[in-house]
Design a protein around this ligand. Sequence first.
Ligand SMILES: [Fe+2]
Ligand SMILES: [Fe+2]
Length: 292
Amino acid sequence: MTSDPIVTIVHLSDLHFGGFADLKQIEALESFLPSLGATAVAISGDLSQRARHGEFQAAHLFIQRMRAQTPTLVVPGNHDIQWWKSPLDLLGERRKYAKYTRYFGTDLRPVLEVPGAVIAGALSSYGVAFGSLTLRIRDLAVKGHLPRSETNRVKQIFDAAPPGVARIMVFHHNVLPGGLSRRMGLARWRSAHKRLLATGADVILSGHDHQEGAGQIQGALAVSTSGTHSSRVRGGRPSVFNLVKIDAQAVQIQHFRWVSGDRQFIPSDTFSFARRGPPQVAVSVAGGDQGL
Ligand SMILES: [Fe+2]
Ligand SMILES: [Fe+2]
């Protein structure tokens, strides 16, 4: 038996406005998404291809149209930051986000409260930075990381939220291995997994891999990975976005697949995961935890 959803979130990612954007899909998203009656829209980064003004302006218009219908939260992806303006943050952090924040607001870690849910954006995109360093040279500016300060901050937000409210965390880099690529978006992902579990999140929304996914971290924390609406899909597969429904018992992730011939998104596979309770805390029961 399923109960009525507390919240329904449209999860988009990797719109990549610029030369690779599929405008037919963008047009279809604009007309179709309002019919889903979602509580909120979350866009998990890579709005642009090269962090260019024209790309950000197109993304800004798209988001403005979304917001006219539905509260919308956006976080930056690795393509949205000008990391070369401050590699390794040698010239400070602000320079590399300056163009993004000009269009999408100064808060790189936005939080959105809607009826039934608190949606916390987190920053995983730092460009060439110490926390994201990798031995794969071509991934130096691509890889992300989730600092402890980010998971601690989100944990505090979720701790303060009323019980029963859905706790949704959004950032760019994929936390589960990509379906075809098998790549992990985050550096030091094992540590990130542990800390994500401790935040008390019900579901993580991320992108970056350009292939849809639905799964769990350690069989406990649901993860929605949304695809891309650019032509840079993996393996020639169709583009997919996700609809995430959360009720008292479960997190349901439904894929919507693009059918280019029909110029429409159609409902596709649905995955359901038991909703987590509050994080497990070691409780000392008198005598029970004393070794004999
Ligand atoms: Fe991307
Ligand atoms: Fe990305």
